[in-house]
Design a protein around this ligand. Structure first.
Ligand code: MN3
Length: 199
């Protein structure tokens, strides 16, 4: 079975009042994400990986020099699908409930978490991702280069922000910190993060 691109979980213009244009999704979802899916299908066609789950392909190809192309495309398919779900037209602000308690326990406060997340997202040199993950029962902020993700490291992904230039150039030009602030203030889908934590 071929790998597929799930639909965006919101209309492509749904985030326009919140800083992200439909044009961003025309390119980022319609071109970049779609191309990773096409590449992954081409690279795995008629191989033993074609029938594996996306998650298994990621775990099986990480750090295999002969499978780097497969890993990069598989992880980018997964990362982007996960990222769209981290965005919501009714998102942003602080989380509540058990998730808020876990963030307080791990970071001291939501403000401290924000500081750490912003720092990770701003200082990932070049292309990559910032994440909130759960590892051994504790939450932590990590950053990964290029396509790498927490799955590859045996961590549970809870939240991510794409900090490749293509993620913010249409809306924020070179101002990555403004993109990060906008994400935290207006877009984070904490319901999705809480579901991931509970899963
Ligand atoms: Mn991207």
């Amino acid at each position: 079975m071929a790998f597929t691109q799930p639909p965006l979980p919101f209309a492509k213009d749904a985030l326009e009042p919140h800083g992200m244009k439909a044009e961003t999704f025309d390119y980022h979802y319609g071109k970049h994400h779609a191309a990773y899916v096409t590449n992954l299908n081409n690279l795995t066609k008629d191989t033993e990986l074609a029938d594996k789950s996306l998650e298994d392909v990621i775990r099986m190809t990480f750090k295999d020099p002969a499978k780097m192309g497969v890993f990069n495309n598989a992880a980018q398919v997964w990362n982007h699908t996960f990222f769209w779900n981290c965005l919501s037209p009714t998102g942003g602000g602080a989380p509540t409930g058990e998730l808020a308690a876990k963030i307080d326990a791990a970071f001291g406060s939501y403000e401290k978490f924000k500081e750490e997340f912003k720092n990770a997202a701003a200082t990932q040199f070049g292309s990559g991702w910032a994440w909130l993950v759960e590892e051994a029962g504790t939450l932590k902020v990590v950053k990964t280069p290029n396509a790498e993700n927490p799955l590859a490291h045996g961590q549970k992904a809870l939240l991510t922000l794409d900090v490749w230039e293509h993620a913010y150039y249409i809306d924020f030009k070179n101002a990555r910190p403004a993109f990060i602030d906008n994400f935290l203030e207006k877009l984070v889908n904490w319901d999705f993060v809480a579901q991931n934590l509970a899963a």
